[in-house]
Design a binder for this molecule. Structure first.
Ligand SMILES: *Cc1c(COP(=O)(O)O)cnc(C)c1O
Length: 350
């Protein structure tokens, strides 16, 4: 029985084309700026995001932290959504290593921050205050179910931040999912942000790596912080080669993952004991609850035995993520197994 792994799009393996590109990659020492493949990947990402430059980082977490370090000083305050990945899942790095205060504004169900909340949260000139220097947005929004920030919204919020002297960093780990969902070029979603970090290792299926893009001067300073964080890699062209294939060939197919997520959601909605936690499924993330008598822990354990993997997240809805290694027939098969598990557990309770 095939394991159907819906825990995350990070479980995607490199494609045969990626492995071939990796084995043939031209390399050099990237700390000296001499790896031609890394240089090509960085130039390609900068061009796609319509920014002056880009730097290849080991992960999205390192990209976001590098951005925070580059945009701020110790003791500054930064504004993030209360559901932000930077706040929840990056081990507190911005606070621990960047020395910044993370001030939160509520995310609405679409992953947005209300502009008036942002406005209210930016510190004024009082002698008691630290300075607010950075606003972080996230597109697509992970904890808000893969929701997409539109170009208009992003422009409005970036303009507000800039008017008040803040920089804007966009956590665009899944920005290509957002771009495909809206049928806009990814660069349009970041055109007024000062920096954007994007992941190659999620839906784009590369094994490793992210890119932090922005103005040339910003990226040059970011390179030093990346080095400080241990991200100065040597013959990194071996992994960058897969990233090039990812950017060239894996973006448009994200539409399939979105269609599969909708298919999964429609199927889940038909299963007794399951309720969707989202009104619609904009990209590749589906959030849902199980209702009593099914207990979340019991449900996940039984699913695991049925070779369907979904992460248990304490007190939160379940999250299923579609990706290249799960086909539409795998989705149908997963639904069959999930329904069987629900029925079995419900019967056991009678
Ligand atoms: C996955 C993710 C990251 C970080 O990615 P890693 O490469 O796992 O460090 C950052 N932001 C968001 C929104 C993500 O989903």
């Amino acid at each position: 029985m095939k394991v159907i792994d819906l825990r995350s799009d990070t479980v995607t393996h490199p494609t045969p084309e990626m492995r071939k590109a990796m084995s043939e990659a031209e390399v050099g020492d990237d700390v000296y700026g001499e790896d031609p493949t890394v240089n090509r990947l960085e130039a390609m990402a900068a061009k796609m995001m319509d920014k002056e430059a880009a730097v290849f980082t080991t992960s999205g977490t390192q990209g976001n932290l590098t951005a925070v370090l580059t945009h701020t000083h110790h003791g500054d305050e930064i504004i993030v959504g209360d559901q932000a990945h930077i706040l929840w899942y990056e081990v507190g790095g911005a606070a621990a290593l960047g020395g910044v205060i993370l001030r939160t504004v509520p995310n609405d169900s679409g992953g947005r921050l209300d502009p008036s909340d942002i406005e209210r949260t930016i510190r004024g000139k009082d002698i008691h205050y630290t300075q607010t220097t950075l606003l972080c947005l996230e597109n697509t929004h992970n904890r808000c179910g893969g929701t997409v920030l539109t170009t208009d919204y992003t422009d409005e919020v970036c303009n507000l931040a800039h008017r008040r002297g803040l920089k804007v960093h966009l956590d665009g780990a899944r920005i290509f999912n957002g771009a495909v969902a809206l049928s806009v070029p990814a660069c349009a979603l970041a055109r007024n942000a000062d920096s954007v970090a994007l992941c190659l290792s999620k839906g784009l299926s590369a094994p490793v790596g992210s890119l932090l893009c922005g103005r040339r001067e910003f990226v040059e300073r970011a390179r030093k912080f990346r080095k400080m964080l241990g991200g100065g890699m040597r013959q990194a062209g071996v992994i960058a080669a897969a990233g090039i294939v990812a950017l060239e060939t894996m973006v448009d197919r994200l539409a399939e993952d979105h269609a599969n997520a909708r298919r999964l959601a429609q199927g889940l909605a038909q299963i007794k004991g399951i309720t969707l936690a989202q009104d619609d499924i904009p990209t590749n993330i589906v959030m849902f609850h199980v209702s009593p008598p099914l207990s979340p822990a019991e449900f996940i354990e039984a699913l695991d035995r049925a070779e369907v993997k979904i992460g248990l997240r304490d007190g939160r809805p379940f999250r299923a993520v579609t990706h290249r290694m799960v086909s539409s027939s795998d989705i149908d098969e997963a639904l069959t197994r999930i329904e069987a598990v629900c029925l079995k557990l419900q019967r056991a309770r009678k």
